[in-house]
Design a protein around this ligand. Structure first.
Ligand code: NAI
Length: 550
């Protein structure tokens, strides 16, 4: 048996080596644990039974979330064993939609440090701060400034729940070993008055700086990461729309970075659109798209759909001409003077209008996509109009959390008289209407970014490209069985998510090798290669950190 430097109580206090009631007699002897844990040695399955029993006694998902986070603080293997034992049940607790409530209350439910807090008062010293992280081989940093958390707006430091949760999904969904993951909150203050006055708020009590100051701080952070963690991919998450797009443009051709709101959302929604087009027997390039919301998610998706249409044979200008956008100030059209550079390709010649239904009547889209953060924005009139114009209207209501969805699944199917092909950003239950059962899909990024992560991890890819997200979208779309497609399901079943991510990661990894971006040798069998890198939520026979990558 290998030995660990830690002994006795220190072993039990380290969640990466702690097995709690599962140490063998020999391990107890060797590690000085006799008497510190009950005699006898439980199996992981028995431990899981106890966790499930205790979870069953909690009354709300937030309580279950707090329980699971606490479990992670004590026993990492058992936490992942629990979540991975039933992803469809546990993902909504560790991430959407519970994570929204957890973030809103982050400062109040805070129990234990996790990840890093890097505030602007550390300007000039960022590298020194990053050196405090105990792991020296960091492969992914998920970083937010809390600027736009889900559809909840500026939550400042309360947004830290997002990088923590997102990185848990790298492991729980994509099998990326947890020791390589670093959640990061980049504290640039907040404009959220409620939190600024909350004594339990954990961030800097300052309003947000100018864009210039913020970007120069992010520059220092990104450059320090390159020096300290040269194999690291930086995943930007939940920044405001303009910052998300601009920071991605700033670094994407220079470093290994991506933005999940921009590219991951686009990838999973593209997967849904590929399957919506399959149901209709059409091509992506035959559709006409109208977005409600032209922020980071909307723009990322519009750009990726255009790239996919170009792959189908359209010119970039033809592809862009099939995409319209409508934001808080109305339709994006060529007389608007308030648009960002990245929105202008979608501002076509059209009379100004702030009326969304009139815009549908005028443009006649086949697909509407809600990324507006405005719950209920796809009202009965909107859905009925889409159903009048189209035999199978495609309606994606992607804003989250739940109360921000532009329309519910039930509304979409009922108001369209069962004609809608629907997906949401959150999981709605099956809908029974007119003797039919509809399976609303959840366009959840967790089908895509953990697979991208797994592929990047295994190949040590030097860059993350849009083509990788398009390939991931096609791979995800290809995994939906035709009998489920017929019931309107656009995405694979969540119960089998790890296998789905492995297949997707293998296709993305192949593209990474084909594009010359890999920094390891090409393997003969891509799926076997991906499997070799997987984390398994199992104890190893010595109390040393488990699950080192192959
Ligand atoms: P953002 O803040 O960058 O953009 C929001 C956009 O909505 C802006 O263009 C704004 O002008 C527009 N908008 C706001 N109020 C409006 C109104 N009353 N009418 C028309 N347009 C309005 O936010 P981002 O990052 O684009 O995210 C938008 C939503 O999409 C969020 O709720 C987010 O949670 C959700 N989302 C869903 C994902 C998924 O389902 N996989 C992934 C990423 C984001």
């Amino acid at each position: 048996m290998k030995s660990t430097l830690k002994r006795g109580i220190e072993v039990l206090q380290d969640p990466t080596v702690n097995k709690s009631t599962a140490f063998t007699e020999a391990e107890k002897q060797e590690l000085g644990l006799i008497g510190l844990v009950p005699d006898g040695s439980e199996t992981e399955d028995l431990q899981l039974q106890r966790v499930l029993l205790q979870l069953g006694q909690k009354n709300t998902d937030l309580e279950r979330y707090i329980y699971l986070v606490n479990l992670l603080d004590h026993n990492e293997t058992l936490f992942y064993r629990t979540v991975m034992s039933d992803p469809a049940r546990f993902l909504p607790i560790v991430y959407d939609p519970t994570i929204g409530e957890a973030c809103l209350k982050f400062g109040h439910i805070y129990r234990h440090p996790r990840g890093m807090y890097l505030s602007m008062i550390r300007r000039g010293k960022v590298k020194d701060v990053l050196k405090n992280w105990p792991q020296k081989d960091v492969r992914f940093i998920c970083v937010t400034d809390g600027g736009r958390i889900l559809g909840l707006g500026d939550l400042g430091a309360n947004g830290m729940g997002i990088p923590i949760g997102k990185l848990q999904l790298y492991t729980a969904c994509g099998g990326v070993p947890p020791q390589y993951l670093l959640p990061m909150y980049l504290d640039a203050g907040t404009n959220n008055e409620q939190y600024l006055h909350d004594p339990l708020y954990l961030g800097m009590r300052k309003s947000r700086p100018s864009t210039e100051e913020l970007y120069s701080f992010v520059d220092e952070f990104v450059e320090a990461v390159q020096e300290l963690f040269p194999k690291c991919c930086i995943h930007f998450e939940d920044w405001t729309g303009a910052d998300a797009v601009h920071l991605l443009q700033r670094y994407r051709n220079k470093y290994c970075v991506y933005n999940d709101d921009v590219q991951g959302t686009a990838g999973i929604v593209l997967a849904g659109m590929i399957n919506a087009a399959r149901i209709k027997g059409a091509k992506l390039s035959a559709e006409k798209y109208l977005f409600l919301g032209a922020g980071s998610a909307g723009i990322g998706l519009a750009d990726l759909i255009c790239s996919a249409m170009v792959q189908e044979g359209l010119s970039p200008a033809e592809a862009q001409s099939r995409v319209y956008m409508f934001d808080i100030n109305g339709l994006l059209e060529d007389t608007r003077t308030d648009l960002f550079d990245f929105q202008k390709p979608y501002a076509h010649k059209h009379a100004p209008t702030r009326d969304f239904v009139a815009t549908i009547e005028s443009i006649k889209p086949t697909t509407i996509i809600g990324v507006s953060t405005v719950g209920g924005a796809f009202n009965q009139k909107v859905v009925e109009t889409m159903a009048r114009i189209n035999s199978r209207p495609v309606i994606f209501a992607l804003s989250n959390p739940t109360d921000r969805a532009e329309c519910t699944a039930e509304q979409a199917y009922t108001w369209s008289n069962g004609k809608a092909i629907y997906a949401a950003g959150i999981q709605f239950p099956p809908v029974h209407f007119n003797g039919q059962t509809f399976l609303p899909g959840q366009a959840n990024n967790f089908y895509v970014f953990p697979a991208i992560g797994l592929a990047v991890f295994a190949t040590q890819a030097a860059r993350v490209t849009d083509e990788m997200f398009i390939e991931a979208a096609r791979a995800v779309a290809d995994q939906v069985p035709s009998e489920l497609l017929k019931q309107g399901l656009l995405f694979p079943l969540q119960s089998n998510i790890l296998e789905s991510e492995i297949q997707t990661a293998a296709r993305v990894a192949k593209l990474v090798f084909d594009s010359g971006l890999a920094r390891v040798d090409r393997p003969p069998d891509m799926v076997a290669f991906i499997r070799r890198h997987l984390y398994k939520p199992e104890y190893v026979s010595a109390a040393v950190p488990t699950n080192k990558a192959a």
